[in-house]
Write a protein that binds this ligand. Structure first.
Ligand code: ATP
Ligand code: MG
Length: 543
């Protein structure tokens, strides 16, 4: 992976011999949703860094908050990390450290560095002060160690209702950093935990739990996103207060932000619950499950994350940049197929009625070992509506009355006349073909023809459901916030060459001239595939 400022820090730490054990990182998702492209950046950074230094990377469920969590999410996270091509050294759960965390809290009390406070959550907020004014000391700040220990034990034993008592760190109510103003480190919550059941009715706060989780696992470099920068002094305070040796260090990096999508788990969940997304794996979503179903490849996502790099400053990446990596990774690797997305009938008046001939076509022109198949050709074909213009625009070389084009891997045809319906829409093109222009025969290309278009023979064509995708979201003009675009999916029934009927779920193709497509793993049935558009052939991105 590309070097970055975090690797510079690690290089220096190695030089100075700061750690006696190997470089160790972790990816610590909270199992409260499916992973998205932002997590992908964190996964690539954590696993990639461990790999680069011959160290270790753990997958750790940050499951200290007992609400929100679900086994469905746990399973999906492991699947996603593996699919991206990474494997963890240890699979841990933060909740497995509850005993140790409790011990650490007791130790802080004994050191006179934590106390039981009887304020409600509101009162704590009200006495916390502001950015310009110091907070007020809690009246319970100077309780004796014995009293604190006794109450903390009572808290653990269920003597108090939710919110009646909290354990707070005793630091400095006048600190310019609000996170250092005696933060709550343990609270009462009578909730069953998915891992520890009813063993606990007190739970540690994230800011207290996280440095301990890292330290217990021997993490050397704890990589997190920028919003935790202000939490770093407390992270360090916890480990210093406990006298932790070779304590982990927290390093913050900028979150990945992408245009035209909706990123955080909370907002993605909303799309799913409101029915705007088909599920967490809707191919329009930037969840890893969605992008996998969409046909994006693990290599494309890893290459993208590597290319955007890791920095200290927030930035917004254009969605079309991600698409560049998807397209690059598929380029030349998948078979080509003839598919007409928006069909228009083309009739070759001088081609024998009822005759079908089989024409050879390479499976993948970029791969000489991919072989050749035969596709049917006949008197009636489908071509793209876009490949015909009654009144041609400037530099339009495709079909228009009087013009000759090449039908890919077949013959030259000239459009002679058109048929329209009552509404004035063109419904049929009448053409003649030149039998001497059969593709691959000597002299076939004697005449210069500028346009080559694709086609599908009408009587043998198969109808295929295809889902074309636009961007999931666009910024609201007033708020600038990305909003779901209901037009982000267009359902088509297209005309495809016969062999496509037998596509296997997960199989990717290039539909000639139209883009890359994947046979959907959820909706396809044997003999009845459904296709998702992966990405178009050309970039819409302008630098
Ligand atoms: P969300 O806001 O989507 O719920 P989160 O940060 O709450 O994300 P966690 O499960 O807590 O999700 O995150 C696991 C790891 O992934 C954390 O280390 C977090 O910093 C990182 N992460 C989350 N979102 C991004 C992002 N957009 N870019 C880079 N890293 C991210
Ligand atoms: Mg979160």
């Amino acid at each position: 992976m590309e070097s970055n400022f975090i690797h510079d820090i690690i290089d220096k730490d190695l030089e100075e011999g700061k750690y006696t054990h190997e470089i160790t990182t972790r990816f610590p998702p909270e199992p409260n949703g499916y992973l998205h492209i932002g997590h992908c950046k964190s996964i690539c950074l954590n696993f990639g860094t461990a790999k680069k230094y011959g160290g270790k990377c753990n997958l750790r469920y940050d499951d200290t908050n007992p609400v929100n969590e679900d086994d469905e999410f746990v399973g999906s996270i492991e699947e996603d990390v593996k699919w991206l091509g990474f494997s963890w050294d240890n699979l841990n759960k933060a909740s497995n450290y509850f005993d140790k965390m409790y011990e650490c809290a007791v130790q802080l009390i004994k050191l006179g560095k934590a106390y039981i406070c009887e304020y409600s959550a509101d009162q704590i907020r009200e006495t916390r002060g502001t950015l310009t004014e110091p907070g007020k000391n809690s009246p319970w700040r100077d309780r004796s160690v014995e009293e604190n220990l006794a109450i903390f034990e009572d808290m653990k034993n269920g003597k108090y209702a939710d919110g009646e008592r909290v354990l707070r760190a005793k630091i400095d109510m006048a600190s310019p950093n609000m996170n250092m103003r005696d933060p709550v480190i343990y609270r009462v919550m009578h909730v069953t935990h998915q891992n520890t059941g009813d063993k606990w009715c007190i739970y540690p706060m994230y800011d207290f739990a996280h440095p301990l989780e890292d330290a217990i696992e021997g993490i050397t470099h704890s990589l997190c996103t920028l919003e935790f920068e202000d939490h770093r002094p407390f992270y360090n305070w916890v480990l210093e207060s406990l006298g932790w040796k070779e304590a982990p260090q927290q390093i913050e990096f900028a979150k990945l932000n992408l245009t035209n999508t909706i990123m955080s788990k909370r907002n993605i969940k909303k799309l799913v619950l409101e029915g705007n997304a088909e599920g967490w794996d809707d191919p329009r979503l930037c969840t890893i499950a969605g992008m996998r179903r969409r046909g994006y490849t693990p290599a494309a996502l890893r290459n993208f994350c590597d290319a955007i790099g890791v920095a200290k400053a927030n930035s917004l990446i254009d969605m079309s940049q991600l698409e560049v990596f998807v397209r690059d990774d598929l380029n030349g690797k998948v078979d080509n197929k003839m598919v007409v997305l928006k069909p228009l009938k083309l009739i070759i008046d001088n081609y024998p009625e009822g005759q079908i001939e089989m024409l050879p076509i390479e499976n993948n022109p970029a791969d000489e070992n991919s072989g050749v198949r035969e596709i049917p050709f006949g008197r009636e074909l489908y071509v793209e509506q876009d490949d015909f213009m009654e009144v041609p625009a400037k530099k339009y070389f495709r079909l228009f009355p009087g013009n000759e084009v090449r039908l890919k891997n077949a013959y030259f045809v000239t459009c002679n006349s058109i048929v329209k319906d009552e509404a004035g829409n063109v419904t049929e093109l009448h053409c003649t073909y030149d039998p001497d222009t059969k593709s691959g025969t000597p002299g076939a290309d004697a005449r210069k023809v500028k346009g080559t278009i694709h086609w599908v023979e009408a009587s043998t064509a198969v109808d295929l459901p295809v889902r074309q995708y636009g961007y999931l979201a666009y910024p609201n003009e007033e708020t600038g916030k990305n909003e779901f675009d209901p037009a982000s999916r267009e359902d088509l029934v297209v005309k495809g060459e016969p062999g496509l009927k037998d596509a296997n779920p997960g199989e990717r193709f290039q539909f000639f001239r139209n883009g890359y497509y994947i046979c959907d793993t959820v909706l396809s049935k044997p003999g009845a595939p459904v296709f998702n558009q992966i990405v178009g052939l050309k970039s819409s991105w302008k630098k």
